[in-house]
Design a protein around this ligand. Structure first.
Ligand code: APR
Length: 234
């Protein structure tokens, strides 16, 4: 049975209208990481951090999945095999597009997390610093986002999936942030076929066997058609 593991980044949501991080006009050109995306920033100025994610949550609520998200859902539904989507994205466009097997290694805008007791619950559209935790009542609600310096979620399970992968595809990620940037090496060690989908070669592009260069809304559906055709005739 074929197992396809897919890693996605901000580039897959770009054509839905969400900004990427490292484009010249991207999120990290407009905000300093140290001000909005670290535990230290939250300790220093929780309102600035919470407002940054409130704005992103509002933006994410306005957009819809695109043809690349939908193609991955079709792959999962129609492949005679297993498809796992590991996303670094905190939007829920994969789920809205129909994917069911989605792992959010960097957390989700839809979640709140208690900085005191680690309880997680659905975030309101607008969070306020000092919101109480429903489990321990500490005034410590924070967005359920994995910040710089924090450990991504589900690492053991992610590496198990990579070790079993027949195909590993990275879509719309710049390959600058580890551990995700190291997944291609892990998948190669497991003997997987590796493909990168991007507008350009990523920072780890030389580690992929194959490159599909272009907008994800075009390259991903075309690839899914190919994979499903081969899978049916096999
Ligand atoms: N189709 C395909 N690729 C695209 C498209 C598109 N339409 N638009 C942009 N890209 C590519 C860019 O060329 C770039 O390589 O998507 C990539 C986006 O890279 P980043 O902005 O660095 O986003 P990402 O890789 O997801 O960032 C990783 O860094 O800031 C942290 O936690 C944050 O999860 C994020 C992590």
């Amino acid at each position: 049975m074929t197992k396809i593991v897919i890693l996605t980044g901000a580039g897959i949501s770009a054509e839905s209208g969400l900004e990427t991080f490292r484009a010249s006009d991207g999120l990290w050109a407009q905000h300093r990481v140290e001000d909005v995306a670290t535990p230290e920033a939250f300790a220093r100025n929780p309102k600035l951090v919470v407002d940054f994610y409130n704005a992103r949550r509002a933006q994410a609520a306005e957009v819809s999945p695109n043809a690349a998200h939908r193609a991955l859902a079709r792959l999962e539904a129609e492949l005679d095999g297993e498809v796992v989507v590991i996303t670094q994205n905190v939007d829920d466009l994969h789920e809205q597009g129909g994917s069911q097997n989605v792992m959010h290694m960097h957390g989700s805008l839809k979640g709140a997390l208690c900085a005191a007791c680690d309880h997680r619950w659905p975030a309101p559209m607008v969070m306020a610093p000092g919101d109480p935790c429903p489990a321990c009542n500490a005034p410590a609600a924070r967005p359920d986002i994995v910040w710089f310096g924090e450990m991504p979620y589900d690492m053991d399970a992610l590496f198990e999936h990579l070790a079993e992968a027949d195909v590993f595809a990275a879509i719309g990620t710049s390959g600058n942030v580890y551990p995700a940037a190291g997944f291609v090496a892990e998948a190669r060690r497991a003997g997987a076929q590796t493909l990168e989908f991007n507008l350009e070669r990523s920072a780890v592009g030389n580690q992929f066997a194959e490159h599909r260069v272009g907008p994800a809304t075009q390259t991903v559906p075309a690839w899914v058609d190919e994979v499903l055709k081969d899978n049916k005739s096999a």
